[in-house]
Design a protein around this ligand. Sequence first.
Ligand code: SF4
Ligand code: SF4
Length: 114
Amino acid sequence: MTGQVIGCCGLLCSQCPAFLATQANDVAKAEETARLWAREYGLGLPVEHVWCDGCTRAGRKCSHCAECEIRSCALGRPARELRRVPDYPCSQLTGFFEAVPVARRTLEWLRARD
Ligand code: SF4
Ligand code: SF4
């Protein structure tokens, strides 16, 4: 996990195709990501809404993550990261974990190291 860019929810931004396309400044990969997300999630994003520098880093956010309520909540808290807040895991995070269990495993791993 060392060296990974990790989102507030536990998603690995550094393995996200939007992040990889953005860091490589690769338009073809960003377009491929837009098509992938259209197929998998029904997101009809134009490629300019795919560019993303990661959840917790400065810079661009893909349009979905720019509007993410989990991220807004985490960044609005002093501790900044959800795994450190006293009410972890909140109901929103619990619902997210049901859809993305690997994100829970990542946050649990980080909490164990905190
Ligand atoms: S914040 Fe960006 S890099 Fe992280 S998961 Fe969302 S789209 Fe991918
Ligand atoms: S913006 Fe939301 S869904 Fe995307 S990585 Fe951050 S917390 Fe997770």
